[in-house]
Every structure is written in C-alpha cells, then in structure tokens.
Design a binder for this molecule. Structure first.
Ligand code: ADP
Length: 303
C-alpha cells in the first residue's frame, strides 16, 4: 500500500423535494437516491480511481448499509481489510434534502465513525507502516486524528490533514506536525477567526497559521482556485473553467488526486494543477464519488 486514509465513510440519503414537513405532518417527495460518501471514503476513492494503491482504516455500523459501503470501496479498488464493524451502532449517514434550486439541507449522523479509536490504528499498524502517506480529516474523533499524526511521525510517514469539517478547537501544534494542511476557505476562516473574502485576506489568514509553524498550507477556494503557501513562497493555481453542475465533494476530489500525484511524483505544484483539473471535472457531474473520473476519463477530460 502507498496511501492510507484514516477517516469517515457516510451513506448519503438524498431526498429531492421542494417542501419539508412541519411537525406532525407527512408529505410525499418526488424522488430519492442513495450515494456513498463521507470525506475519508471520498478521498480514498478519488486517489484509487486515479490509480493509487489505497487502503482505508474506517468504521461501519452494525446495519444494512455496512456491506454496501464495503462493497463500494472494494469496487473502486480500495483495500478494506481495516474497515471494521462497530457493534450496536448505526453507520454514518447524511440525510440530504435537495430542492429544485439545487439548495441542499444536510444532517450528519456520524454513527460508527465516532467509534474509530486509536486502538484501530494499532490494529492496522503493520499495514500503515508500509504506507508513504496518511490522509486525515475531522469526521472521526480528534483523539484518533492526533494519535494517527503521532504514529505517522514516529514511523516517518508523510501526513495530509484536511481540517474538515472545521473544528475551532483543533490543536494547531498537531497541524504543524503534518506535511500538508489543506483547509478550504471557510475552514481557514473558522480556524483563524480572520476574514477570507478576498485573495489578500486569504493570504493574511494563511500567514497567521504559517507563523505558528505550519510547513505547507494549501487552501482551496472553490471556483477561485487554490493557493499553496510555504515559508515566504506563495503559489497560486486558477480553477479550471467548467460548467459546474454539483460542487459537493470537490475538495475531496482535489485532495485524493493531489495525494496520489504527490506520492507518485513529489512535485507539489504540478500535483495541484492536476488536482485542480480533476476537481473541476468532478463538479461537471452530479454526486460525489460517482462524479469522480477514473484515470482514463480524466485523460479524456484534459484532451
Ligand atoms: P470544498 O468541497 O471542500 O468546499 P472547494 O469548494 O474549495 O472545496 O473546491 C476544491 C477545489 O475544486 C477548488 O480549489 C477548485 O480547484 C475545484 N473547484 C471547486 N468548484 C469549482 C468550480 N465551480 N469550477 C472549477 N473548479 C472548481
């Protein structure tokens, strides 16, 4: 294995409706779909679809969603030996309500993801030690994230930390132990308490984190692209212009593709350019994982 994602998986339960029921009311909705999601799983699938050798350390619930989640990861080429069941819990689920203006209302029930503990990292230790890169997000307990960072440091494994969803209490000292810290602009705003509405403000907020000892900060800015800051260096990458249909999971597509290329080439700037195109391609389709291209369709998109 070369890449390990220690993180979440979720089942998206998507109801398409323009009206939500009031208390005590029952309404009929026109359409429904199930999708595989969760930031950890999305990033693992994006890296695997690009051709990466990817394993996941994750928890599924004791329910009918679990076999589907595992089968989906396997179908996308992700090693699921360390995707285990948390007895007596539900899987992580996200009931999502989408109206005809494409507005989303999302509830997150973390379920089994909250049961991913440091002991699960110990159980996967031998396989993890063989990896070159560990990717982490914040949909699992913080203590597990911190434990994984210390484990990686101890075994000289590179770490990407994607601080999503934003947790204001994240210990920045842990972020500093990571090789890459990758928030989007909203997460940067919450972590720093600084405004991020212009490029200048984003850079200032980024610098406030770098001053605390971050090595590499990559901020994704939606259709405004992304920026890599390290020491005094600032490298800007424009977004690839596309007709966006559904931008959910764009950040995960970016991180998964970036991670794969980082391991393959070590060229950060080139990996960002490609990840930016990969994420742009992903927003031209509906859904998250299902909209991520494999290496072949990504080549067609680039040509
Ligand atoms: P998140 O999904 O975490 O909110 P962003 O919205 O910042 O992440 O998107 C991640 C990356 O995806 C951006 O840096 C950009 O490269 C690409 N991207 C996002 N939205 C668009 C868009 N509308 N057009 C082209 N690229 C996009």
């Amino acid at each position: 294995m070369t890449i390990a994602v220690i993180g979440s998986n979720m089942v998206d339960l998507i109801t398409y409706t323009n009206s939500l029921p009031k208390a005590g009311e029952t309404l009929e909705a026109p359409d429904f779909a199930i999708g595989c999601g969760g930031k950890g799983a999305n990033q693992a699938v994006a890296a695997a679809k690009m051709g990466g050798n990817v394993m996941m350390v994750s928890k599924v619930g004791d329910d009918l969603f679990a076999p589907n989640t595992v089968a989906n990861l396997q179908q996308q080429g992700v090693d699921t030996r360390f995707v285990t069941t948390a007895p007596g819990t539900s899987s992580g689920v996200a009931p999502i309500f989408v109206d005809d203006q494409s507005q989303n209302r999302i509830l997150i029930i973390k379920g089994a993801n909250q049961q991913l503990k440091p002991a699960d990292i110990d159980d996967a230790a031998e396989a993890l030690k063989a990896c070159q890169l560990i990717i982490l997000q914040l949909e699992i307990p913080l203590e597990t994230v911190y434990y994984a960072i210390d484990f990686a440091r101890q075994h000289q494994i590179n770490v990407i930390l994607n601080p999503a969803p934003a947790v204001a209490t994240l210990d920045i000292d842990y972020a500093c132990k990571c090789d890459f810290f990758m928030p989007n602009e909203t997460e940067l705003e919450i972590l720093t308490g600084l405004p991020v509405s212009s490029d200048e403000e984003v850079i200032l907020a980024g610098q406030s984190l770098l001053k605390r000892g971050l090595k590499n900060l990559i901020i994704t800015l939606g259709s405004r692209g992304s920026v890599w800051m390290s020491g005094d260096e600032i490298h800007r990458v424009d977004a690839t212009p596309v007709q966006a249909v559904d931008t959910s999971g764009a950040g995960d597509a970016f991180i998964g593709c970036f991670a794969y290329l980082l391991v393959e080439t070590g060229d950060v700037a080139a990996a960002m350019t490609q990840a930016s195109a990969y994420a742009a391609c992903s927003v031209t389709g509906r859904g998250t994982q299902r909209a991520y291209p494999d290496a072949e369709s990504f080549q067609r998109f680039l040509n």
